[in-house]
Design a protein around this ligand. Sequence first.
Ligand SMILES: Nc1ncnc2c1ncn2[C@@H]1O[C@H](COP(=O)(O)OP(=O)(O)OP(=O)(O)O)[C@@H](O)[C@H]1O
Length: 221
Amino acid sequence: MVIKAQHVTKIYRSGQLRVEALSNISLEIAQGEMVAIMGPSGCGKTTLLNCLSGLDTIDEGDIYIRGDNLRDLSERERTAYRAQHMGFIFQDFNLLPVLSAVENVELPLLLARVPSQKARRRALEMLEIVGLTERARHRPAELSGGQRQRVTIARALVNSPTLVWADEPTGNLDSTTAGDIMALLLRLNQEQQQTFVIVTHALDIGEQAHRIISMRDGKIV
Ligand SMILES: Nc1ncnc2c1ncn2[C@@H]1O[C@H](COP(=O)(O)OP(=O)(O)OP(=O)(O)O)[C@@H](O)[C@H]1O
């Protein structure tokens, strides 16, 4: 199992308020699986993704990524682990506005000290895979929403992560573009055996995954 969660509870506290966002969640996700996390607004989907990926900490339970208990890793180790083994696709893109598409995509490689020529080659390869070769020199502001999302995907996958986390990857795209993006993720999942965990509201997107994890009120149902 690539991911194993056992009895995970996550509580948000602010002042007197206490929200149990995850209640006693246990799950397993296998290498190469594409899993969709679905459920109504506020049920804890984003929280689950943030906790499983180690972006956020949990209050009770254990999360194992490829056998390593996240609890046993320091903040710095978890950050390094994410940089090496994980890719993130979020809805608000997080692209750097002053960099071109290819510069945005090669950034994770340069941060990992890959030589610049090699990084550029690999970034252009990824842009070709997502069908954006012609837009490589454009900045995010000069791209459409769907094109920006494809740059985000190229950047998330450029260092061949074993695990890819996507939070509403098609959230603000029209249904045709959303379908194209999902087809792209499915193809990459098949070709490269990467594991995908996708949070989505859209049933037509979720149904294309290998498995749907349904949540309600912080629990898996
Ligand atoms: N930083 C926070 N502090 C306090 N409560 C929070 C915080 N983040 C989320 N919550 C609460 O935790 C619960 C789960 O939120 P989460 O964002 O995980 O839900 P979601 O299923 O992703 O929702 P949506 O589909 O609307 O994005 C909600 O009740 C939310 O209000």
